[in-house]
Ligand binder design. Structure first.
Ligand code: GLU
Length: 298
């Protein structure tokens, strides 16, 4: 396998982005991420973009998007206009999927999440251990990659609901084993070896929403010329998938900075359902933007 030359985003000024999903209110964890992006952009003379990650049309709303913008404005963060909304770019993600289809690297996946779960439970009841991804979810059964052409064509013809998944084994054969990224964050630093196979055959196009997080984020970081991805350590391992997709699609490679997470009183990552750390709640209690900076430790 020949090693491909590494493509690096080259821009006069560094480009940062904050990319929240408007499916709930922003909390202290988002504040840390947004403020770090803003501080790094200002200390490097860089640009700061806002991307609204609203591919999940059932969970995201216009009101929540406005609330995100209000919270960020209150924090004193100014983003370049226009704001990019993923829901306005589905054809772009579709084109990327079509390229991967033309390379024969994706396949229609017909099992629902509960069917996968049932298969995994049956296997584990027999004493086996089913492989899990870095988030703990069971990998999609490998044998589904190789459904017969006839069976696949028949299912597609009857418009059976399906997602599109990446055939990770084929994708890795195309890219080779030497996939890595440059990391400057709060976890491991330097050149990090990517391990996309840990995720199995990831979903690139959901059956219930256009596109998937992985495909949209990869396409958008390139479309927006993002040179520095600053986000939480919870997305550290997802970077392996993003580097694989960038390489397959011939897209440039940003530098990554995965920052520490703000944990709740139970020691777990904050979630949008924890109301007491919502920026809107803290603001209503009389906290100021500098209190928020102090609370997140910057
Ligand atoms: N939209 C993702 C989130 O809210 C962040 C994506 C990213 O920064 O790559 O968790």
């Amino acid at each position: 396998m020949t090693e491909r030359p590494r493509q690096t985003a080259s821009h006069a000024a560094p480009v940062f982005r904050f990319a929240p999903s408007p499916n709930g209110r922003l909390h202290l964890g988002h504040a840390l991420s947004a403020l770090l992006n803003a501080d790094m952009a200002s200390s490097t003379g860089g640009r700061l973009l806002l991307r609204i990650e609203d591919i999940d049309l059932t969970r995201c709303s216009q009101e929540l998007e406005q609330a995100v913008i209000d919270d960020l404005t209150w924090l004193g963060i100014a983003f370049e206009q226009p704001v990019r909304r993923q829901s306005e770019h589905f054809p772009l993600y579709r084109a990327a999927l079509d390229r991967l289809k033309a390379m024969d690297l994706v396949y229609p996946a017909f099992l629902t999440r509960s069917e996968v779960k049932a298969r995994v439970s049956a296997f584990e009841r027999e004493g086996g251990t089913w492989p899990r991804d870095p988030d703990g979810a069971p990998l999609y059964p490998k044998e589904e990659r190789s459904l017969g052409e006839d069976e696949r064509a028949e299912k597609l013809a009857t418009a059976e609901r399906h997602a599109w998944r990446l055939d990770i084994a084929r994708a890795q054969r195309v890219v080779g084993a030497k996939l890595s990224w440059q990391e400057t964050g709060d976890g491991p630093q330097g050149e990090i070896k990517a391990d996309p196979a840990a995720w199995g055959d990831v979903v690139l196009w959901r059956s219930d929403a256009p596109s998937s997080y992985h495909l949209a984020v990869t396409v958008d970081d390139a479309a927006q010329g993002v040179s520095h991805v600053v986000r939480g350590l919870d997305l550290f391992h997802a970077t392996s998938v993003h580097r694989l997709l960038q390489t397959l699609l011939g897209l440039p490679e940003p530098v990554y900075h995965h920052h520490r997470l703000i944990l709740g009183p139970d020691g777990r990552k904050l979630s949008k359902s924890l109301d007491d750390t919502a920026l809107s709640t803290l603001r209503a209690e009389g906290k100021t933007p500098s209190d928020i900076r102090a609370m997140v430790g910057i």
